[in-house]
Design a protein around this ligand. Structure first.
Ligand code: AMP
Length: 197
């Protein structure tokens, strides 16, 4: 694993622990020689992760749409900043550049990006590991929502289990290094399954 994409808040959140854990993750990536790929911003937890990788001597590639550069939220001190035409292009480029995806706490943008990666993987487009790196139980309610999706047969249990959730960085990185994608199906009702036989 040579590069990891980190999705996270363009805000810093309400508690110092969000920033502390973002710094810990960035520092660890640099120490392990893993390049950070991220959204290229200098704001919120995004800026914190990027700065902590750089401060520890690591490499950071930012991928940012032109519109956000015009808003002057692009980080100016990265190893490389790639400017793309749209949010769609950014997602595709970040996917190409990364060997796995980690979500730190964040808002709509963070979830949108992470769930798109999970969706691509479900459709067989991507086969890269996806991890929710939790801080102070932030992602526990979301995991509850995923369990509800399984219980209500909107999400296959194999797909539900094909992601990592927790707050132990060593365990997360070990899981990502050893990752083999599940060969999971989507739910299929009996009628559709019968039609396919
Ligand atoms: P959010 O979780 O809603 O704060 O959005 C964060 C995610 O959306 C990041 O992973 C970025 O890829 C993208 N994003 C949102 N706001 C910005 C910004 N001001 N600068 C760069 N990227 C952003």
């Amino acid at each position: 694993m040579r590069s990891l994409c980190v999705y996270c808040g363009s805000n810093s959140g309400s508690k110092p622990i969000y920033t502390e854990r973002a710094i810990a993750l960035g520092t660890r990536l640099a120490k392990d020689g893993i390049t950070l790929v991220y959204g290229g911003g200098n704001v919120g937890l995004m800026g914190v992760v990027a700065d902590s990788v750089l401060a520890a001597g690591g490499e950071v590639v930012g991928v940012i749409p032109e519109q956000l550069v015009n808003w002057e939220v692009a980080h100016k001190g990265l190893t490389r900043l790639e400017i793309v035409g749209s949010m769609h292009e950014r997602k595709a480029r970040m996917f190409d550049l990364s060997d796995g995806f980690v979500a730190l706490p964040g808002g709509f943008g963070t979830l949108d990006e992470m769930f798109e990666m999970l969706t691509w993987r479900q459709l067989g487009i991507g086969d890269k590991p996806c991890a929710f790196f939790d801080v102070d139980g932030f992602y526990s309610p979301l995991m509850g929502m995923l369990d509800r999706m399984v219980a209500e047969r909107f999400l296959h249990p194999d797909q539900r289990d094909d992601l990592w959730h927790g707050d132990d960085m060593d365990a997360m990185l070990a899981w990502m290094h050893a990752y083999k994608p599940a060969q999971a199906d989507k739910w299929m009702d009996e009628k559709r399954r019968g039609a396919m036989r």
